[in-house]
Design a protein around this ligand. Sequence first.
Ligand code: SAH
Length: 339
Amino acid sequence: MTLEELKERFTQCGLKSFHALQVYHWLARGVVSFDEMTDLSKQLREKLAGEYYIPRADIERKYCSKLDDTVKYLFRMHDGQFVESVLMHYHHGWTICISSQVGCKMNCAFCATGKSGYARNLLPSEMLAQVQSAQADAGIRISNIVLMGMGEPLDNYENVLRFLTLVSSDEGMNIGMRHISLSTCGIVDKIYDLAEKRLQLTLSVSLHAPNDNIRSRLMPVNSRWNVEEFLKACRYYLNCTGRRISFEYALIGGVNDSSECAEELAAKLEGMLCHVNLIPVNNVKGSPFRPSTPEREQQFLRILGKAGINATVRRTLGADIDASCGQLRRRYEEEAAHV
Ligand code: SAH
């Protein structure tokens, strides 16, 4: 709920609206029980505990990288479902990558999440709980959020929008839209809708190929909305919001990393305010895809650079702890199946 909604609910239940403000502040601080709300009377705390619950993301497993400060969490939700989040330390502060769904329906060929299927959408409160649990556990303040974990955020559109409103509100965690990125595989109708909302968030889009021939082999969503329709929607988003688009392009050896691919990509993005994030593809068990060689990677980068396209190779964090999306849940469930 927003603070206004909570106030309204409290008033309807015969409670004082200033109690709503107190409760809201405690929730924003990440308390996990009403008992911790020490400035409320015992009687009120008991009443609230009898009628409401505070959504939690309990830490089931936690892995700390020995290579960097990355922490990977496997969270257990109230119904026993698991989702993953990753906490990363950058020079500008702490960023958390959160999940928007339990599993994913999109089934991209290179992605671990899709391989273990789709269970359900996450609620806005369950997305908030991931941020708060990680923050409380690590004893740090999270300044940036990326919706790049398990799931397709635009396939859980209403809940994600509400999460964005809540997490960025002054009375809530107050993490501004400019500090939030949302990554999509290309749900084009929702990109148009989101553009109209003119939020200041960064849209990251998973392109991964310069043409339909390659992209359709990697991403089933391309048969619903092809590269041209996808890029048209990106341009619309850019025009509406004035925000630079971030293109994700996982370099896969022998699949999408040729010089021709780089040239085709550069031609398609020409003149667009954008950034291309080249990501060495992560090895996923059971997937035939391997990362490009460093030489190919550099050549790809050079071609984009020459064409005036802003591009970088994404730094790999947490390489020793299965930090990329879907890997941990899958391994955990496989282990559980074997005992
Ligand atoms: N569903 C959203 C966000 C979650 S995936 C999306 O598709 O954008 C976050 C990013 O990780 C996406 O760009 C996705 O394509 C990428 N990704 C998934 N598996 C990967 C792998 N094995 N190696 C590199 N990137 C991967």
